[in-house]
Design a protein around this ligand. Structure first.
Ligand SMILES: [Zn+2]
Length: 413
C-alpha cells in the first residue's frame, strides 16, 4: 500500500534531505506471524527517519495507510495495569485543576478501550471517546464509555461539533506521533475545542529518545518524533497556545502539554514553558548538527548488544526474550537477532501467544515457559517496563538467571 504523498515534511512541506536514523528495512510491528503464515512472504518497508532542515520535525515517510494499521487493532490499553493507574491519576488531576463536573464535556482522541475516560464516567463527568478501531471501541462502549468510531481530523471535528457540545477538555495520549496528516489533525482540535477549553496531549519526548538511544521507538506506525519547540510551533500555527508542560517518566520519557485557544488569555502561561524551551535550545535542538550525530549512536548501541549476545552464545548460555512490543520489532530486525540468539520470547497478551515476531520469526510464548526453560539471560525488550517485569519474573534467580536490558545500551541487571 504505497502512499502517493511526495517526500516532504508533513508539517512545513520542505523537501526532506537529512537522515536522522536509517534502520534499514523492517516489517510492520503489529503484524505478528501465525504458524500457518510461516512459509509466506512478508512485506518490509524502509525504516528511515529524517529531520526537516527547515522546521526540525523528525519524521518517517508514510508507507502504510492508518486504515491498515488501526482498522482492527490488537493493542488494548487496559492490559497494562500501570497505564490504567496513570490514567486514573490524570483524571483526578484534570477534574480538580479545571473544575470539571456534570455540566462539562471531556473528549479523548484515540480513546482505545476506554481505559482513561472510564475514570471520568465514574466521577459523573460526561465523555465521548473518538477511536478509529471498531473492535476496541466496542469494548469501550460495553464499559459505559460512549465512543464514536472514526479517524480524527478537520472533517471529524466539524461533525462532532455539530452533534455534541464542544469539549471543555480535549485530550490525546500517544496519538500525535501516529498522525499522518499533522496539520489536518491539529486544525481539527482547534475547530472542536470550546472557547474556554483546554487540550492536553502526551507523547514521547525527542530529547529523551536521543539522550537514551531509544532508537527502537522508531517504527512505521510512529510518523513523527517531537521536541517541545517543534510541537509548540505546530500548535501556534493553528491558533493554539501552550500554557503548561510536564515531564513524565512514561514510555522512556514523555511530555504532557497543555494548550488553549490563542485568544483565551484568561489562562496564564506558566514559567515551566520557557525553561523547557531554553533547555532544548541550549541542547542544540534548533541546529541540524545535533540530529546528524544520532545515527552513529544507534550503530554503536547495536554493536554492543550483538557483542554481548555473541559472547553469551559462545559460552553456551541460553538467552530468551521478555515481551513482544513494537519497539522489540525494530530492535530485533535492525540488529538481525533471530532464534540464533533468542530461543523464544514471551508476552502476557494472549493475542500474541502462539505467534512469531514479525520479520525475525521468534516464537512468542506464555510467560510461564521461562520457568521450564531456565535460561541464563532474559533480555527485556520493553525496557520501559523493566522494573515491573524483573519483579514479576524474579524467580529466575532460583537457577542463577539474570535480566538484561538492551537500551540505552546492553546492561545485565
Ligand atoms: Zn518541516
Amino acid at each position: 500500500m504505497q502512499s502517493q504523498r511526495p517526500f516532504e515534511c508533513r508539517y512545513c512541506r520542505a523537501p526532506l534531505r537529512t537522515t536522522f536514523a536509517d534502520l534499514g528495512m523492517s516489517p510492520l510491528c503489529q503484524t505478528h506471524i501465525a504458524p500457518d503464515q510461516l512459509h509466506e512472504m512478508e512485506p518490509f518497508y524502509p525504516l528511515h527517519a529524517y529531520v526537516c532542515d527547515r522546521c526540525f520535525l523528525v519524521q518517517l515517510q508514510e508507507f502504510v495507510t492508518p486504515d491498515s494499521i488501526f482498522g482492527e487493532y490488537a493493542y488494548f490499553s487496559s492490559y497494562s495495569t500501570s497505564w490504567v493507574e496513570h490514567a486514573r491519576r490524570y483524571a483526578e488531576m484534570a477534574i480538580t485543576r479545571f473544575g470539571l463536573g456534570k455540566a462539562s464535556k471531556v473528549m479523548e482522541i484515540a480513546s482505545n478501550d476506554g481505559y482513561l475516560l472510564q475514570h471520568f464516567v465514574a466521577r459523573g463527568v460526561p465523555v465521548l471517546g473518538i477511536e478509529p478501531a471498531a473492535n476496541v471501541a466496542k469494548v469501550a462502549a460495553e464499559k459505559g464509555v460512549p465512543t464514536t468510531v472514526r479517524f480524527f481530523g478537520r472533517n471529524a471535528a466539524e461533525d462532532i461539533a455539530r452533534e455534541h457540545r464542544q469539549p471543555d477538555l480535549l485530550l490525546g495520549n500517544n496519538v500525535l506521533a501516529h498522525v499522518p496528516d499533522l496539520n489536518d489533525f491539529v486544525a481539527g482540535m482547534k475547530r472542536l475545542l470550546a472557547p474556554g477549553g483546554v487540550i492536553t496531549m502526551e507523547f514521547p519526548h525527542l530529547q529523551r529518545l536521543m539522550a537514551e538511544n531509544q532508537f527502537d521507538t522508531i517504527y512505521h506506525e510512529h510518523f513523527s518524533y517531537f521536541s517541545f519547540a517543534v510541537v509548540e510551533k505546530v500548535f501556534a500555527h493553528h491558533g493554539l497556545t501552550m500554557f503548561d508542560v510536564e515531564e513524565l517518566p512514561t514510555h522512556g520519557g514523555s511530555l504532557r502539554i497543555y494548550a488553549r485557544h490563542a485568544e483565551n488569555t484568561a489562562l496564564q502561561v506558566e514559567e515551566g514553558i520557557d525553561a523547557l524551551r531554553q533547555r532544548e535550545i541550549e541542547d542544540g535542538f534548533l541546529t541540524l548538527d545535533r540530529y546528524r550525530g544520532f545515527g552513529e549512536q544507534v550503530k554503536s548501541t547495536k554493536r554492543k548488544l550483538l557483542s554481548f549476545l555473541i559472547d553469551a552464545k559462545q559460552r553456551g548460555k541460553r538467552v530468551v526474550g521478555y515481551g513482544a512490543p513494537g519497539k522489540g520489532n525494530t530492535l530485533l530486525n535492525y540488529c538481525g537477532i533471530r532464534t540464533d540468539f533468542l530461543d523464544f520470547t514471551v508476552d502476557a497478551n494472549p493475542y500474541k501467544q502462539g505467534k512469531f515476531t514479525p520479520g525475525t520469526r521468534i516464537p512468542i510464548l506464555a510467560p510461564e515457559r521461562i520457568r521450564e526453560a531456565r535460561p541464563d539471560y532474559v533480555l527485556i525488550l520493553p525496557w520501559n517496563l523493566k522494573d515491573e517485569i524483573s519483579r514479576a519474573a524474579s524467580y529466575i534467580s532460583e537457577w542463577g538467571g539474570r535480566f538484561a536490558v538492551p537500551i540505552p545500551e546492553i546492561r545485565v541487571l
